[in-house]
Design a binder for this molecule. Structure first.
Ligand SMILES: [Cu+2]
Length: 482
């Protein structure tokens, strides 16, 4: 407990965090943070601060200057040094070779990338001598245009297709609000990955849309934001992570610390990183405004928080009802796709109840049998709008959401590297259409998919691929997890 260690030795403060499976390596990881004679509270106050990238802030300008210096120093290291720019990017993948160790399309998307960004930050701190340096994050919801430090000439520049995601619905409040309201760890993670995360990679384009994405200096600001999404949801909005023992105990040994020494880190450890290893400057995402900074928390509050983070909750992805819409369909990106299903009366009432009771969520669940050969497009999902096409605005009441592909389907070793199943929350769309009399019991429910190019036109308009299934799924809302 934090409170126990306030007036105790460093040894005790280390021991506190090593109780239970998955937290074993914390003492080692945080030892430099927890060393010395400062109180834990002081140490928490002095943790690196990750700030929202923006112009007009001297603190952010100084973080950018340190980052620029770090990038130059990493680029100057030989590729044989595991801390070099090339070696760090290669952990994720390479442009030529595709994806490597990164976890996408599974439940370690958040945890693996948190560890990846954490040790990258440690390397930046070590190489620049700036021990309290915190990576800034690109809050694409509040600041859809890329920070100018990345677009002008210099070490932070990289060739890209787009430097702004303004107007892209994947980063809008109406997309992000329901995602951040979702208190199920699995569906939250899946939606953040498939929608804003994948879409940002595809929208920026160039290396960012490939396995070599971490070659682009802006990758780290994007993944710092993805990490902030998880931290905001978990810490500020007080939703719980899974307490599944195999999830907590999953470990990786391919990261290195600031000195280049190998570390072993578990997913359980990553849960405590935003409490003990760094601190986010809070900012707004959708309707969720910036809450109080953790720095202002009392010892008792931190104590409680640490306990809650470590406990997690018994969370599963339960599908209460599944209504199949389509199976084994060929999707051609050049043409809008529409599938309809005559939903049995009972199923319709179940769906209707689900959307009125607010105790359940309805998702369109799309599973792709493969990842497309090119990924320069997003997929928009509409309900009951047979004429939906590229011209249909995302303000149309039938528009439900969007997602993008990112990753490679299968490696030689059979490991899947990419998300092939997507969840688009259609609860509000169904409610709206029902109110407007456009969705009645006994009438078919249709799902339209429209591919939208990330740039002016598709690279290969003839691209097509197979969707394994399109379903409507109903999941219970977690009210009191435990
Ligand atoms: Cu990514």
């Amino acid at each position: 407990m934090i409170i126990d260690s306030l007036d105790s030795s460093t040894e005790l403060s280390r021991r506190v965090f090593i109780k239970g499976i998955g937290y074993l390596s914390l003492g080692v990881i945080f030892s430099t943070m927890l060393g010395g004679c400062e109180s834990i509270i002081k140490q928490i106050e002095n943790r690196p601060v990750r700030r929202r990238l923006r112009t007009g802030s001297a603190e952010v300008d100084s973080a950018i200057a340190i980052y620029r210096d770090a990038v130059q120093r990493m680029k100057a290291l030989p590729a044989s040094d595991p801390r070099s720019w090339t070696a760090q990017a290669a952990l994720h993948g390479t442009v030529a070779g595709g994806f490597n160790l990164c976890q996408h399309g599974n439940n370690h998307f958040f945890s693996w990338h948190r560890a990846y960004v954490f040790y990258f930050e440690r390397i930046c701190q070590e190489l620049t001598g700036e021990k309290t340096f915190g990576l800034p994050y690109w809050n694409w919801n509040q600041n859809p245009a890329m920070h100018p430090a990345f677009t002008g000439a210099g070490p932070l520049f990289h060739p890209r297709n787009n430097t702004s995601v303004a107007g892209n619905p994947a980063f809008s409040d109406s997309t992000l609000n329901p995602i951040f309201t979702d208190n199920n760890f699995f569906t939250f993670s899946g939606q953040v990955e498939g929608t804003p995360h994948n879409t940002l990679h595809v929208a920026v384009g160039g290396d960012m849309a490939s396995g070599g994405s971490a070659q682009d200096p802006v990758f780290w600001m994007h993944h710092c934001m993805v990490d902030y999404c998880w931290a905001k949801w978990n810490i500020e909005l007080e939703h719980d992570n899974t307490n599944d023992a195999s999830w907590i105990g999953t470990s990786w040994n391919h990261f290195v610390d600031g000195k280049g020494a190998s570390v072993n880190v578990t997913a359980g450890t990553t849960i405590l990183m935003p409490l003990l290893g760094y601190r986010y400057e809070p900012s707004t995402i959708g309707r969720f405004t910036a809450t109080r900074d953790l720095r202002a928390a009392s010892v008792a509050e931190l104590n409680k928080l640490e306990k809650r983070l470590k406990e997690g909750a018994d969370i599963r992805f339960d599908v209460k009802k599944r209504v199949p819409i389509a199976r084994g369909t060929r999707l051609s990106i050049a043409r809008p796709f529409s599938a309809e299903v005559q939903v049995p009366a009972d199923d319709v009432s179940a769906l209707m109840e689900a959307t009125t009771g607010r105790e359940e969520r309805v998702f369109v669940n799309i599973e792709s049998a493969e990842l497309p050969q090119v990924n320069d497009f997003f997929i928009r999902v509409f309900i009951n709008l047979p004429g939906a096409d590229l011209q249909t605005p995302t303000t149309d009441p039938h528009f439900a959401g969007s997602f993008a592909f990112f990753g490679r389907h299968m490696d030689a070793d059979g490991t899947r590297r990419g998300r092939t199943d997507f969840l688009v929350n259609v609860t509000e769309t169904l409610q709206r259409l029902r109110q407007e009399g456009q969705l009645r019991a006994g009438e078919p429910i249709q799902v339209q998919l429209v591919a939208v190019p990330a740039t002016e036109a598709f690279i290969s308009p003839e691209t097509d691929f197979t969707l394994k299934s399109i379903d409507l799924v109903v999941t219970p809302v977690i009210i009191h997890p435990k």
